[in-house]
Design a protein around this ligand. Sequence first.
Ligand SMILES: Cc1cc2nc3c(=O)[nH]c(=O)nc-3n(C[C@H](O)[C@H](O)[C@H](O)COP(=O)(O)OP(=O)(O)OC[C@H]3O[C@@H](n4cnc5c(N)ncnc54)[C@H](O)[C@@H]3O)c2cc1C
Length: 500
Amino acid sequence: MAETKARAHAAESEVEMADVVIVGAGMSGIGAAWHLAQRLPGLRFIVLEALESFGGTWRVHRYPGIRSDSDLYTYGYSFKPWTGAPLATAEEILGYMGEVIEENDLGRFIRYRHRITAARWDSAAASWMLEGCRTGTGQPFRIAAGFLWMCQGYYRHAEGHLPEWPGMERFGGRIVHAQNWPEDLDLANQRVVVIGAGATAATLVPAIAGQCAHVTLLQRSPIYYRSGRIALPIAEELRELRVPQEWIHEIVRRKIQHEQAKFARRCVTEPEAVKAELLSQAREHLGPDHPLEPHFMPRHRPWQQRIAYIPDGDLFRCIREGTASVVTDTVESFTERGIRLASGQELEADIVVAATGFHLSVLGDIPFEVDGRKLDLAQTVTYRGMMLTGVPNLAWVFGYFRAAWTLRVDLVADFVCRLLEHMRQTGARQVEVSLRPEDAEMPLQPWTDPEDFNPGYLTRGLHLLPKRGAKPEWGHSQDHWEDGKSFPAIAMTDPIFVYR
Ligand SMILES: Cc1cc2nc3c(=O)[nH]c(=O)nc-3n(C[C@H](O)[C@H](O)[C@H](O)COP(=O)(O)OP(=O)(O)OC[C@H]3O[C@@H](n4cnc5c(N)ncnc54)[C@H](O)[C@@H]3O)c2cc1C
């Protein structure tokens, strides 16, 4: 009802014009805005952000210990040197983003508390009509945009994925989701169970281990951990040599990218060797007497799921010291006092934290129409993970799984700026990627190969995502080292791009 009203109001409201609208002011949207402002000055663009401020992921997630899993040399932008320790807290990342906005006067382009609720492409006008409302007041707005740059992230920000376990209602303690961490949650003397295996659980458990009576990590199956030092010797050495920050940033970025790409390839070409290396790190931190079976011996190949980084083995240290423990089992039901597991064991708890992942949100849950037809994303084919067949004048940012998200933000931004510049020079008003005659027989597959990478939020939502074909240009590569070479070489005159 409220939405119908907002629509009716929006239909009456004034239409503002923009050359480009960027959706979202997280790492992707702020990066996109920087590139546009630098590369195409004079272009009228607006960043629309539903939240009250910038940061996206780093503003939404508030659980104890929240930090990056990636190093900030590659997670930071190419254009702004990172000068702190390699890993950063959410606060530090927000600080870094704030500096990017401040130093480049990007604030004037951003509209906070603006949620887009509909996007309609009209070929006759060669423009997107965006409708939305101001969060808080509900006041509608309409913007006509020549190009839409979707930087909305990949999950629903309002709530995390919470499975419905039997008996939850009878549990006498408190159940919270890591994504919606309550400010008033007091952990002192509490027995906490964290459900889930992944980066969130691996960060949260050591962060709260000293604050509560005991914390148990309950996982369905084990994952791999990397447990390197937090420091980067090369960065420290270059600093001692008083090498300029810009150089240090670039050198360290390249080194890390190169090493990560090599590591990701080794996970496919010699998975057993990589597995042995990762397990020996675990053994080293847990101590020789601590068995790796069953909690630390994954069944999958390294990198089929994200490998969690635990700086200086902090999670292992808590387990060794006894402030944290791990249980590998499945929740059968909640009881009054805790969780009954499939094995029959009962885990007593005062607080249960679900670190059970996300709800995949494709294109910000915005209903899209193209020339009056509802857009079904699953019927489109991805062009290098940044454009979609049948969807004109739209770029999409979806970062890397196995490397820093932001590496792709910069690459996509460079591509979009070149595309927009090409359109300006040639007078084209519309661009669309289209399968060529030689692609006609190409079999189409789900967006990612579950054999290659299969976190829960993706497998649950794969049917909602675009398809991929068996050619590099029709897939979403995870090889940033290769993309770093191939993206800048994309010719805007390639027949894949159909201009009007
Ligand atoms: C806890 C956590 C830790 C992570 N750590 C890492 C890491 O170490 N390394 C890594 O590479 N990745 C990490 N990730 C992945 C992370 O999401 C990305 O790195 C990155 O932050 C995504 O940035 P984004 O701008 O694309 O999306 P988001 O950060 O999700 O921001 C998207 C923004 O778009 C806005 N938006 C969405 N829909 C609309 C709409 N309809 N109208 C208006 N605004 C809208 C949202 O409000 C939000 O602010 C982590 C994710 C989580 C949850």
